[in-house]
Write a protein that binds this ligand. Structure first.
Ligand SMILES: Nc1ncnc2c1ncn2[C@@H]1O[C@H](COP(=O)(O)OP(=O)(O)OP(=O)(O)O)[C@@H](O)[C@H]1O
Ligand SMILES: [Mg+2]
Length: 277
């Protein structure tokens, strides 16, 4: 596939929603240089998508298909070669530094490696304190202990440093930090892939509950279609930097149109579409 058709690349379209989309991407291209040859290649090759408020979009695809590159460009945190990005109704190209900074708290990113995203010199409490100092009004809605309760951690965690937290606890702290900002969009880049299977399920439940509670939208990156099926209202399948299929999760998974999606489904035990054959 050399380009994505608007029919398959726009997900979550709901014309009855009165507000602007949470995220709208048009023809996004991100080029990187190959390490050895130094020639340019398209890590993301012309992706378009629209996320409406409340959408949970799962982006799936094999390693190197451009998922992280897409997410970083979409949030303005990573490079973009061409294409237009509107985040919470604002065109990133028209925003000045101050406006962009004002938008930051609304969009929170949760990364795969929780320990890597926490400052090792900062206790959980001082980490929260720093965020509260940066955004006093936005963060005054909840106490530290109530926030920890939301991610099912006890108050004793406040005094812990990252090295004193398990992977699952550290990821919960990262999610708590994201929730503290009351974001309208959470971007979660394989947030559970570094965790034990049982802990993964807990953290995913937690994310689901938090979204239901806060009404935030989520761009959820994963290579696990089963997780996306459980968590996401919409799914977008990427291959070599391009979208091969996108739409409501139930429709895409029950009637996949692209060979690659079928291949992903084949690898998923008990896949619905196969049961229908
Ligand atoms: N900063 C960079 N410089 C050069 N190449 C890069 C850079 N970041 C990513 N790439 C390359 O771009 C392609 C897409 O990478 P990306 O990290 O977006 O993939 P991904 O789908 O997130 O993969 P994974 O599932 O392994 O996380 C890969 O070939 C990767 O090696
Ligand atoms: Mg990645």
């Amino acid at each position: 596939m050399t380009s994505t058709s608007p029919e398959t690349s726009h997900v979550g379209v709901d014309s009855s929603t009165p507000t602007w989309p949470v995220l709208s991407i048009t023809d996004l291209v991100v080029e990187h240089r190959r390490e050895k040859t130094r020639d340019l290649f398209r890590a993301v090759g012309g992706v378009s998508l629209t996320m409406q408020p409340g959408d949970t979009l799962g982006v799936v695809g094999e390693s190197g298909s451009g998922k992280t590159t897409l997410a970083m460009a979409a949030t303005g945190l990573g490079p973009r070669t061409s294409g237009r990005i509107e985040l919470l109704g604002r065109d990133l190209d028209t925003l000045g530094k101050r406006q962009l900074r004002a938008l930051r708290p609304e969009v929170q990113v949760v990364f795969q490696d929780p320990h890597g995203s926490l400052d090792p010199r900062q206790s959980v409490r001082s980490g929260f304190r720093e965020l509260r100092k940066l955004q006093p009004k936005r963060t005054s809605w909840i106490s530290d202990t109530a926030l920890l309760e939301k991610v099912r951690l006890g108050p004793e965690m406040l005094n812990r440093y990252p090295h004193q937290l398990s992977g699952g606890q550290a990821q919960r702290v990262c999610i708590a930090r994201a929730l503290l900002m009351r974001p309208r969009l959470i971007v979660a880049d394989e947030p559970t892939s570094g965790l034990d299977v049982s802990v993964q399920a807990d953290v995913l439940d937690l994310l689901r509950e938090s979204l239901a509670d806060s009404g935030a939208s989520m761009l959820f990156i994963s290579h696990d279609l089963a997780v996306v099926q459980n968590l996401c209202s919409h799914v977008m399948v990427m291959l070599h930097g391009e979208v091969v299929e996108a739409g409501p999760t139930a429709s895409v998974l029950s009637a996949p149109r692209h060979d690659y999606t079928r291949k992903l489904l084949d690898a998923m035990p008990g896949a619905r579409w196969r049961e229908k054959q």
